[in-house]
Design a protein around this ligand. Structure first.
Ligand SMILES: [Zn+2]
Length: 269
């Protein structure tokens, strides 16, 4: 069993355009066409059973359309064996954040995705504090992009480990997930500020770039119960990501926790 906790899909009519735009901006190739079927093929190749798809609102006006698509995906895959499970999307500049988060919870979304760089807002901003408070009240998961984003090289990093720590000091919540092992290329700051805190790290995108020793160190310092396997598909190959984790020879128990047990617990709890 493998759960991919961080993947992306786009509606058919905008997938090709969005993928080429993001790919060009970030300077990274895409490993699928960004559609539902593209992701399913990636999952099949890699033996992934369930993928959590994470929509990002780049403007507060996208709230309705993005979450409508996300809800459609959940309806379409509710009883499928190879399953997609979409989280909702929210923006810190949305009006009535509390009402919108309650609405997403009522729609059955288990969590939301936020992206401080795409949303041009620092993670310790009031809007994100309100999102996390509302998530906590509704027992929802919050996944945030963390660390530098290759598409925003010339801008300040909006979710550094230090700033994220400010957020969790203000609103501790046991269902927070930091993408990219807590901060992509900022491993030293992740180690000094976040390792051991009550938050999850996902492995999205970083696996092909992280050396095995650093991965082991993060795993050891943060704890094997708090790491979630994730690919960031289509931005990295699902099969390659699975193979990288296997190549670490972590032992069956640890590998199972990373591949699905931690994720299943978080999604169920
Ligand atoms: Zn992502």
């Amino acid at each position: 069993m493998i759960i991919d906790f961080h993947a992306h899909i786009f509606p058919e009519r905008i997938a090709a355009k969005t993928i080429s735009l993001l790919s060009e901006k970030g300077g990274y190739p895409a490993h699928s066409d960004g559609t539902v079927n593209g992701l399913l093929c990636e999952m099949e190749r890699a033996g992934v059973d369930l993928a959590v798809t994470l929509p990002v609102l780049t403007s507060p006006h996208q709230f309705d359309s993005v979450n409508r698509f996300a809800a459609e995906v959940n309806r379409a895959f509710a009883d499928k064996e190879r399953r997609l499970l979409s989280f909702g999307g929210i923006h810190p500049a949305c009006e009535d954040i509390e009402g919108k988060m309650d609405y997403l919870a009522e729609c059955g979304f288990l969590g939301v995705k936020i992206h401080p760089d795409y949303q041009e807002t620092f993670i310790d901003d009031e809007g994100y504090l309100r999102i996390v408070e509302s998530a906590k009240r509704n027992d929802m998961i919050v996944v945030t992009h963390a660390g530098p984003d290759p598409a925003y090289r010339d801008r300040p990093v909006r979710c550094t480990p230090r700033r994220f720590k400010e957020l969790i000091r203000a609103v501790p919540h046991a269902k927070l997930v930091l993408a990219h092992m807590g901060g992509g290329g900022m491993a030293d700051e992740v180690i000094s500020e976040l390792c051991g805190e009550d938050v999850y790290f996902d492995t999205a995108y970083v696996l092909p770039f992280l050396d095995a020793e650093l991965f082991r160190k993060l795993l050891h310092l943060h704890g094997e119960d708090k790491i979630l396997f994730a690919t960031d598909s289509p931005w990295s190959s699902a099969k390659e990501s699975v193979n990288i984790i296997r190549s670490y020879s972590l032992g069956r128990e640890t590998e199972e926790k990373i591949f699905y047990k931690n994720a299943a617990r978080l999604l169920k709890g």
